[in-house]
Write a protein that binds this ligand. Structure first.
Ligand code: T4K
Length: 406
């Protein structure tokens, strides 16, 4: 299969139902616009023959895991692409976060956004480090440095910023806060593979950065993740931690865990790395199609990617304002009825998930922007399984939904 080929039998745009009035909507009894579900997070997959050739190599070699040759090639390829010194590949992004935060010596309290996937907070909580939630900037949807300053206490040891949607956290301001208070900063760059800040690839900021290579990410290794860093000692420590603390046969010098990436996953990574430019161009075409199609819909704002940076365009994020025709949640119901499985990422915010909801019942008082954004965001399908024609059809549902109640 060619990279980027759509898997779904698509209905010719001319045969699709017209979306002109409320009666055209599936929630009102009309047939759904799409016969099969359109997902957010359909994997981008490179050429199967390339992957198969690597699998043949692997089976012939009978080397399946534990620092195998494909893993080494994969780590070297990541370093080269990002311009970082070290890549420590892992079995998933969550374990990579746990290992990175532990290797940095985080303890006590660490400041994180609440508006992120829950794994960012859980990676800390799992190690009995307290995630302290700071508010976001409502425009960029990443940490607000002013809010970060408000959450500092004598127990704060670090800041874990998130490059949400592939948009860089305010790295310069966070560096400044960290240096004033003797803190360490690292980033959850799970959404940011292939994106830059000031022309520098994400992966080069803070003490280290963590990527998720989960199936739903712009770049995937089935499951997988990595910590990248320019710090030699930190990389050595994380390599030990990833492999039970083994420093050679029978010699354990550290309390480690099992964070290893398999050869199968490394092979998927090597395959997909070669197709990244096709994945980006598909995403970019969809992003432009969405921009054009939602333009002028009252109450809908689509998040921009900064054209001065390199972006992966993996997330299509709409902000549904109070002047839109229906509520955000009703829009989601309308889209789902059409087989468009839009998501409310990252509703309701980590602070309203357990155990944080019970630990900090009043957290919301410090998180007004998080609450507003989490209540108004809709993430729409894109990626190599979606075409610009699909995008136009999806946007026609949003436009039609907006006319209800007006
Ligand atoms: N930090 C951040 C900021 C993250 O976003 C994530 C992961 C992490 C840390 C942790 O990294 P990992 O430990 O996961 O490497 C998904 C993913 O499971 C999760 O990896 C991801 N973030 C999060 C944003 O999304 P769900 O609960 O939304 O997954 P699910 O099963 O609903 O899948 C999403 C859609 O993708 C489905 O509608 C179907 C489609 N899909 C999914 C898979 C797995 C496919 O079409 N094919 C597939 O193989 O969490």
């Amino acid at each position: 299969m060619k990279a980027g080929t759509a898997l779904r039998e698509s209905i010719a745009p001319t045969q699709r139902k017209r979306m002109e009035m409320a009666a055209d909507l599936a929630v009102n009894g009309a047939p759904p616009l799409f016969p099969e579900a359109l997902h957010v997070g359909r994997p981008n997959i490179g050429p199967r023959a390339q992957f198969d050739a690597l699998m043949d190599e692997m089976f012939d070699r009978r080397w399946l895991s534990n620092d195998g040759p494909l893993l080494k090639r994969f780590e070297a390829a990541i370093c080269q692409r990002l311009g970082v010194k070290h890549c420590v590949a892992m079995c998933n992004g969550t374990i990579a976060l746990e290992i990175a935060t532990r290797a940095l010596g985080f303890s006590g309290e660490v400041i994180v956004p609440s508006y992120t996937f829950v794994a960012t907070a859980h990676a800390l909580q799992w190690q009995e480090i307290t995630p302290v939630f700071a508010d976001i900037d409502p425009e960029t949807q990443v940490l607000d440095p002013v809010a970060v300053r408000k959450m500092l206490t004598p127990r704060t040891t670090g800041i874990l910023g998130v490059h949400l949607w592939g948009r860089a956290a305010p790295v310069e301001a966070l560096r400044q806060i960290a240096s004033e208070h003797g803190l360490k900063v690292m980033y959850d760059a799970s959404h940011g593979f292939g994106c830059t800040h000031g022309g520098v690839p994400l992966g080069n900021f803070g003490e280290c950065e963590v990527f998720s290579f989960h199936a739903t990410k712009f770049f995937n290794t089935f499951e997988g993740g990595a910590v990248v860093t320019n710090d030699d000692a930190l990389a050595d420590k994380m390599r030990l931690m990833r492999n039970f603390g083994f420093a050679g046969y029978d010699n354990v010098i550290y309390p480690g865990t099992n964070g290893k990436m398999t050869e199968v996953c490394a092979a998927m990574g090597l395959t997909n790395l070669d197709s990244l430019s096709q994945f980006v161009s598909g995403n970019l075409a969809n992003y432009r199609a969405y921009r054009a199609a939602v333009e002028g819909i009252e109450g809908i704002r689509m998040l921009d990617f900064d054209a001065a940076e390199t972006n992966n365009y993996q997330y299509i994020v709409l902000d549904v304002g109070s002047d839109f025709g229906v509520s955000r949640d009703r829009l989601i119901e309308i889209l789902h009825a059409e087989n468009i499985l839009a998501r409310r990422y990252f509703w309701p915010g980590c602070h309203r998930m357990e155990p944080y909801r019970s630990h900090y019942p009043n957290a919301e008082l410090m998180l007004p922007n998080t609450v507003r954004v989490a209540n108004s965001v809709v993430v729409l399908p894109t990626g190599s399984a979606i075409t610009p024609d699909d995008v136009a059809a999806i946007a026609s549902v949003v436009r039609c939904a907006g006319t209800i109640g007006k």
